[in-house]
Design a protein around this ligand. Structure first.
Ligand code: MN
Length: 135
């Protein structure tokens, strides 16, 4: 077995190519092959969000704190709160992030296919981000 200590894994800033605003990432696991599971705790400051993207084998998001937003292409912006869990099917184009005025922290759990767990696309426009969310 392997014990991965928190003190050996510094918090990373989310790359500006793929995130709008300030995002902090704390890795949880990246299991070696043939295992596929990966997970990361992601903290979005108010107004921060991912770019549009897909996951080849889907993704589960579990909100740990705060209030956030999630949207699949062609669907409404949805509000997500601490305790909520979201399943995003394989290859569904989507984004997730904090509310404009409230931060949000979620677990992101996904599997890698041929070493790839995410395919990044364009950033989310302010107009799309500011659309009135469903509760
Ligand atoms: Mn995602």
């Amino acid at each position: 077995m392997e014990l991965m200590k928190s003190t050996d894994r510094p918090t990373r800033r989310g790359p500006t190519d793929w995130f709008t605003g300030t995002v902090w990432q704390d890795p949880i696991n990246e299991a070696p092959e043939p295992a596929r599971a990966r997970s990361v705790r992601v903290g979005f400051e108010p107004g921060a969000r991912t770019a549009w993207h897909t996951h080849p084998l889907g993704q589960t998001l579990h909100v740990l704190s705060g209030v956030g937003l999630v949207q699949a292409l062609g669907g409404p912006v949805r509000t997500i709160r601490a305790g909520d869990t979201v399943w995003i099917p394989p290859d569904e184009k989507h984004w997730h992030g904090a509310k404009p005025d409230i931060g949000m922290v979620h677990l992101a759990i996904h599997e890698a296919l041929d070493g790839v767990h995410i395919n990044w696309m364009e950033k989310v426009s302010d107009a799309d981000y500011r659309a009135t969310p469903e509760d």
